[in-house]
Write a protein of this length. Structure first.
Length: 92
């Protein structure tokens, strides 16, 4: 399976609802590496690498997030795979 990298910008009520921690849990469950962080505009950014099927799963998950979140939209930007991440982290 081809390795992929995706950048997600998740908009809605996604800060203060444990979106980053839930993203990290989901990424670890799927074996995805990368990071997640809050952005100044109130959105959450995810940079994720893994095989294509698991990347599609994290994209699908990001469309709803944890139960307390309300996702209004997800911008998906495919990037070139780099293999630079050892794990999946929350970035401040």
């Amino acid at each position: 399976m081809a390795q992929k990298r995706v950048q997600l910008i998740v908009r809605g009520r996604v800060t203060g609802v444990y979106f980053r921690a839930a993203s990290q849990r989901e990424a670890k469950r799927l074996g995805i590496t990368g990071w997640v962080k809050n952005r100044n505009d109130g959105s959450v950014e995810v940079m994720a690498e893994g095989d294509e099927d698991t990347i599609k799963e994290i994209i699908a998950w990001a469309h709803h997030g944890p139960s307390a979140a309300r996702v209004d939209g997800v911008d998906i930007r495919w990037r070139g795979y780099t293999g630079e991440f050892a794990d999946f982290r929350i970035v401040e």
